[in-house]
Design a protein around this ligand. Structure first.
Ligand code: HXC
Ligand code: NAP
Length: 294
């Protein structure tokens, strides 16, 4: 879809860029000539992803372990990147989520999600944006949200609240920072199967065959293709549409319009099903936690 070298000379940070959608977007930017930074809490996962991307496409991907829930750690990371040279783009992709009946959540359960998706996203945006403003540089920010920013979602309330808050940040900062040449947009993907999301949002089924069950109601009869997301993320990041800012764009095959695109269908679950889901999600969380280096 894009000409070679479209992003040449750009330096872009993708949070959560070692896995899932973040990795897909980081890899596309790299292929198109950008220099990439990726961050996350699992150092080895990041290093492996960076190595694989560079082996496949050349170029430069720097992996930096950072927990974006920690504002001090975010400041340190962003300063260390700017010490090497200014960024041109930021993708706020890192998030946490799991399905749960809201009455079963503890305050820590709420914070576990909001501290990443809401607070962490602000810390990152603020750390990068204020450096652009101080240096008189323009830049482009993309946040990865969900269609629940328009209609909420039962059973993922902390995520729906956090993503909606980030939409408010997108709307607000597009206006506040527009005169600095800073653009800020958001993408709401529909279902794009990834291990991180499916372990926590679709835990009752195996990872095989998941496209066929829950999302068979999608008007396009399928889940998203990663290349489609990468193309949209490139279009929004590249020069050439600077007047496009403050927009939140769904890429979901019209699932949101057709079905609400959320987790209302879980209202039929029994206590036993919720218990099984909770145990499966905890198993996935513990495994990932063991690999964290920050
Ligand atoms: C209820 C739960 C729970 C569950 C954890 N908790 N799992 N509560 N039901 N299934 C509670 C714990 O009991 C604990 O509270 C609190 O949450 C914190 O748990 P930790 O295991 O210590 O969490 P933490 O190490 O902070 O990890 C954060 C996380 C984890 C969000 C829980 O899942 C994570 O790191 N996720 C990152 C990757 C991820 O989530 N990717 C999916 C993104 S998909 P107590 O009170 O017991 O101490 C997405 C949308 C996709 O965002 C949309 C698709 C259509
Ligand atoms: P994923 O692979 O689990 O991605 C989440 C990433 O965020 C991981 O790389 C994770 O790395 C990182 N992360 C989490 N907490 C972090 C923290 N505190 N500090 C730094 N990094 C952190 O899942 P995904 O499906 O690709 O999700 C990516 C984004 O897309 C999320 O914003 C999600 O809400 C959104 N989304 C996904 C879908 C979908 O269908 N997949 C649909 C709509 C929206 P570590 O665990 O190593 O920290």
């Amino acid at each position: 879809m894009f000409k070679d070298g479209l992003l040449k000379g750009k330096r872009i940070l993708v949070t959560g860029g070692g896995t899932g959608l973040g990795r897909v977007m980081a890899e596309e930017y790299l292929k198109l000539g950008a220099e990439i930074y990726i961050c996350g809490r699992r150092g080895a996962v990041l290093e492996e992803a960076a190595g694989e991307m560079m082996a496949a496409h050349g170029g430069k991907v720097t992996a930096r372990a950072c927990d974006i829930r920690n504002a001090g750690a975010v400041e340190e990371l962003v300063q260390s990147i700017f010490d090497e040279g200014p960024l041109d783009g930021l993708v706020n992709n890192a998030a946490g989520n799991f399905i749960s009946r809201t009455e079963d959540l503890s305050p820590r359960g709420f914070d576990a999600i909001a501290s990443i998706a809401f607070h962490g996203t602000f810390y990152m945006t603020h750390a990068v944006g204020k450096r652009w403003i101080a240096a008189g540089r323009k830049g482009s920010i993309i946040s990865i949200l969900t269609t629940w920013v328009w209609n909420g979602s039962p059973y993922v309330v902390p995520s729906a609240m956090s993503k909606t808050g980030v939409k408010a940040m997108t709307d607000s900062l597009a206006a506040e920072w527009g005169h600095y040449g800073i653009r800020i947009n958001a993408i709401c993907p529909g279902p794009f199967p990834t291990k991180g999301a499916w372990d926590r949002l679709n835990p009752e089924s195996t990872n095989e065959g998941m496209e066929e069950d829950r999302f068979a109601t999608n008007p396009m009869g399928r889940v998203g293709d990663m290349a489609e997301l990468a193309n949209l993320a490139t279009f929004l990041m590249a020069d050439g549409c600077e007047y496009l800012t403050g927009q939140t764009i769904a890429i979901d095959g019209a699932m949101y319009q057709a079905t609400g695109g959320n987790f209302y269908n879980l209202h039929t679950w029994t206590d036993e099903m919720w218990e099984a889901a909770r145990n499966a999600i905890r198993g996935a969380n513990e495994k990932d936690k063991a690999a964290r280096t920050v």
